[in-house]
Design a binder for this molecule. Sequence first.
Ligand SMILES: [Zn+2]
Length: 134
Amino acid sequence: MDTDYPPLSPLQTGLRCRCPRCGQGRMFDGFLTLRKQCEACGLDYSFADPADGPAFFVICFACIPSVLLGVWLEVAFSAPVWVQFLVTGPFMLATCIPPLRPLKGWLVASQYFYKAEEGKLVRLPETGAPHSAS
Ligand SMILES: [Zn+2]
C-alpha cells in the first residue's frame, strides 16, 4: 500500500513537519498537535507516538547551554537576578520551544520510515510457542 510512494528521508520530511509518506501534507494541527491523517495522501497518523522524545532531546541539547549561560553570568559577572531573568530566561525559551516542533516531526517521520512500533508476541499455530514479531 505504501509502494506508490518513494521513500523520503525522515530528516527532510520531519524537520519540515511534512507527511512522512508523501512529503506534501502538513503533519501538525497547531503547534504540537498531530493531525488525524495526512491532508494530501490520507496517511493515518495513529501509528505516531513520539511520547516525550522531543522533550528529551530538548533537555539534552538546549537546556544545558541555558544553564551554562546562567552559571557563566553568575560566576563571571556576579549578575543580579534581573539580568538572569532578562538574559537567561529569554535564551532558555528561544532554545527550548522552537526545536520541539521539528524534533517531534523528525521522530514521527522516523517512526514511519523505520516502521517502529511496540514489540508484541505472535504464537505459532503448530507449537503454541511464543516468538517475537519482527
Ligand atoms: Zn501524506
